[in-house]
Design a protein around this ligand. Structure first.
Ligand code: ADP
Length: 616
């Protein structure tokens, strides 16, 4: 995270130099809540009324007791006083119930709407982030921010209303009423305030640190669980169930350890303040009892009871106010995590820059001195200065050992990442100045592991097409991609749902769908990562034939990562990529004549069976 605030109101500095305090988050949360201001105002009004009624109650209760005593002493005149006090008490309670219900409803509505609004902002921000961001961020962490953190972070609003505002009203109102009832008792009782304040402040500071560690540990546990569950086949295959369970249990135990420490300190603070309170209660009753008994009429029994009730009210309001800081601090860690994501901006804004269209792009590509390192592994330079020129409609094959940087190069062409140095020139224009979104819309991409969504085949094919397509177009594209037949063989044909990540389809079938997507899209630039593994011979032949058709029919500028000799032979130029640099380049014939790495690769492949791969 780019931001961190280490204590309540503590300062930390964001990258852009702005000072961030915990208050900054509250201001923003309150600003979000103002989007729903009519409901919020209703909630606040109902809250103020409820608290005023609550402040009235002890006074009325005291009057009831004085009424009872008057009734006992003078049955005639005292009865009316008792009955009036009783009736007032009933009305106050009825009104209080009604307004507190309305307040709860209004507040709940505001909070739920806020959580939705935050989730929408968060998702919109995350989905636009650079691919590099997803290399370092775990899916588990992100989903936990969308679910738990998004609802946790609306908690400060509830805390501000239910705990801060409600208790400040009770405290101020209770204090005024207590002084009105007996200023002598009030001054005596207030002597305990400083020690309580001190112990709570110390606890609040400490609690924030512990809470952050708990969240971190749970975040880690979530990541472990998500990792293990989404890679269950690997876990099962390597029989590492116990290892994964151990990792999960370590994180959970760390979180529990912090939680237990938190509980111990919390409990001792509670015990300490309880003793202080009980001591004060003894003092109040002792001194108050003397004021009642000295016979000067300084205080009635009803007033002593009223005072005692106001004192309890102030006390619990004060304790709750102490918790307000803890609660605000606790929920501010969620807000911090959510806002840091909402504020995060991708290095490349996909909409910024000149817009190109499929019609305006010819597909002349030039790579000039491309260097690259992944942000997640800054120490290793993946590409060390690549220069390639590709004329429109030509095919460039990238071959070489795996790990050489071929896929990375294609990712840079797709502008998933920005080169660390060097430029990619499209039709004479630096792609840095072009809207990366519009450039991507002119590109087609067939990856080794085609990603599909858990919707129907048809929806997957039209995904991101950006225009309507007819059923005929769709079928034609699928026929060209050798996909039509297998789609029809499925129970619901084009309507068949492919399951999460397309789990119902084989690798080869998914690739043919990806090829069909390209036939539909008719891109100016086509990037193909030939699948090497997990394809049976029949599937491989079909994928191969579809790819060849794609290359010859679309006349796009093609960059292909090739593993099979048959795909490479016809390429306009072949680049042998090794350890991030181009070792050899030329046509198949040129390179064979040179007798370098490429010719070795070829002879090695020829000596194997026809389906062997060229990346050995
Ligand atoms: P090739 O396609 O030639 O097999 P790659 O481009 O996939 O090579 O990988 C080149 C190097 O970059 C490898 O060392 C690989 O481990 C590293 N690499 C690939 N993708 C990432 C990533 N997302 N984050 C960090 N390193 C990566």
């Amino acid at each position: 995270d780019k931001t961190s605030a280490k204590g309540f109101g503590a300062r930390s500095v964001r990258r852009d130099g702005e000072q961030i305090t915990t208050w900054t988050y509250f201001k923003r949360i309150v600003l979000i809540s103002l989007d729903f201001w009519p409901t919020l105002v209703a909630a606040v009004v109902c809250l103020v009324i409820t608290q005023m009624l609550q402040i009235m109650a002890p006074n009325v209760q005291g009057s009831i007791f004085d009424g009872i005593i008057a009734f006992l002493q003078h049955p005639e005149s005292g009865r009316g006083r008792f009955e009036t006090a009783m009736a007032t008490y009933v009305v106050v309670n009825l009104l209080q119930g009604c307004f507190s219900g309305l307040k709860a409803l209004a507040q709940e509505l505001v909070q739920r709407r806020m959580a939705c609004s935050v989730r929408l902002k968060l998702f919109a921000s995350v989905i636009r982030m650079d691919i590099a961001f997803f290399d370092t961020m775990h899916t588990g962490q992100l989903t936990s921010r969308l679910t738990n953190d998004a609802s946790q972070m609306t908690q400060p609003l509830s805390t501000l209303m239910n705990d801060l505002l409600a208790n400040v009203l009770l405290l101020v109102g209770g204090m005024l009423m207590a002084f009105r009832t007996s200023w002598k008792l009030s001054i005596l009782a207030l002597t305990i305030v400083p020690p309580i304040t001190y112990s709570y402040r110390a606890y609040a500071k400490w609690a924030r640190k512990v809470t952050r560690s708990i969240y971190c540990a749970y975040g880690e546990a979530n990541s472990t669980a998500t990792d293990a569950i989404s890679n269950i086949r690997t876990v099962r295959g390597f029989s590492t169930e116990e290892f994964e369970a151990g990792k999960y249990s370590d994180s959970i135990n760390t979180a529990l350890g912090h939680g237990v420490r938190n509980a111990y300190v919390g409990a001792s603070v509670t015990a300490f303040s309880t003793y202080l309170n009980l001591g004060t209660a003894v003092l109040i009753l002792w001194y108050g009892g003397q004021l009642v008994c000295d016979g000067n009429g300084q205080m009635s029994i009803g007033s002593l009871i009223t005072f005692q009730l106001y004192w309890n009210m102030m006390n619990s309001a004060f304790i709750s106010l102490g918790n307000v800081f803890n609660d605000l601090i606790r929920s501010s860690s969620a807000a911090e995590r959510v806002f840091s994501l909402i504020d995060a901006r991708p290095d490349v804004n996909p909409d910024e820059g000149e817009i190109v269209t499929r019609e305006s792009v010819k597909g002349h590509l030039q790579l000039k001195g491309i260097q690259f390192r992944y942000r997640s592994r800054p120490d290793s330079i993946v590409l060390k200065g690549i220069d390639i020129e590709m004329e429109p409609g030509t095919t460039t094959a990238l071959v070489g050992k795996s790990g050489g940087g071929k896929s990375t190069l294609v990712h840079l062409l797709m502008r998933f990442y920005e080169p660390t140095a060097g430029d990619i020139i499209l039709d004479g224009r630096n792609t840095k100045l072009l809207s990366s979104k519009s450039v991507r819309q002119c590109c087609g991409f067939v990856a080794q592991d085609t990603q599909l969504f858990s919707c129907s085949v048809e929806e997957n094919l039209g995904y991101g097409l950006g225009r309507d397509h007819t059923k005929e177009e769709l079928i034609e594209a699928c026929k060209a991609a050798n996909a039509h037949e297998f789609i029809l063989e499925m129970e619901e044909g084009y309507e068949t749902r492919v399951g999460e990540k397309g789990i119902m389809l084989s690798g080869g079938q998914k690739q043919r769908l990806a090829i069909a997507r390209c036939f539909l899209r008719k891109p100016r630039m086509l990037f193909l990562d030939e699948a090497t593994s997990a394809l049976d011979a029949e599937n491989e032949a079909m994928v191969q034939a579809a790819l060849e058709k794609l290359i010859t029919e679309l006349h796009s500028t093609v960059v292909l990562i090739a593993h099979r000799l048959s795909t490479v032979i016809n390429a306009t130029q072949i680049c042998v990529v090794h350890k991030g640099a181009i070792m050899e380049r030329g046509t198949h014939e040129d390179l064979l004549k040179t007798g370098g790495v490429y010719s070795q690769l070829v002879s090695r492949q020829l000596s194997r069976d026809a389906s062997a791969v060229m990346d050995a």
